[in-house]
Design a protein around this ligand. Structure first.
Ligand code: GDP
Ligand code: MG
Length: 154
């Protein structure tokens, strides 16, 4: 394989972990054809969150967002593959579950914007920034998945 493959940060938020949705969420990304290159369970610090959600700092819901995101473990993942940033955003669905379509993670598993189960980076630049924030380089594995020349023209 040549070239750098696109990567994105997906995180199962504390409500998703509490509700035992981790397996189902991983399954969706696996069956779609993406490759898992990093995975860990973390108790997120306020320091990391303030960097992760820095652009939301002035929003009225920001304090409750921090409280929610630090309320329990998060499962953070890096997924790799063709167009993974855009495709995973459509798999995750609209930020507000009321507007998320059935078939999306949020549309199938959530009802309120403050408890929307999963995070997905919203741009390639955002994904690079977030992956560097959440993962050390050595935590990301470069490996060849046996079907990657079948699921994608390389
Ligand atoms: P995302 O990229 O779809 O996750 O949405 P944003 O980046 O705009 O917001 C980050 C997270 O903040 C969302 O996933 C929600 O959990 C939370 N959030 C966004 N808007 C609201 C809101 O109006 N009220 C509350 N309580 N939380 C919100
Ligand atoms: Mg966002």
């Amino acid at each position: 394989l040549s070239g750098v493959q696109e990567r994105t940060l997906i995180a199962v938020k504390p409500d998703g972990v509490q509700r035992r949705l981790v397996g189902q969420i991983i399954q969706r990304f696996e069956q779609r054809g993406f490759k898992l290159v990093g995975l860990k369970m973390v108790q997120v610090s306020e320091d990391l969150l303030s960097q992760h959600y820095g652009q939301l700092r002035t929003k009225p819901f920001y304090p409750s967002l921090l409280h929610y995101m630090t309320s329990g473990p998060v499962v953070a993942m890096v997924w790799e593959g063709h167009n993974v940033v855009q495709t995973s955003r459509s798999m995750v669905g609209h930020t507000n579950p009321a507007e998320a379509r059935a078939g999306t993670v949020r549309g199938d598993f959530s009802i309120h914007v403050s408890r929307n189960v999963v995070h997905a980076s919203d741009s390639q630049e955002g994904a690079q920034r977030e992956i560097q924030l959440w993962f050390q380089g050595k935590e990301l594995l470069n490996w060849d998945c046996c079907d990657q020349s079948i699921t994608c023209e390389v």
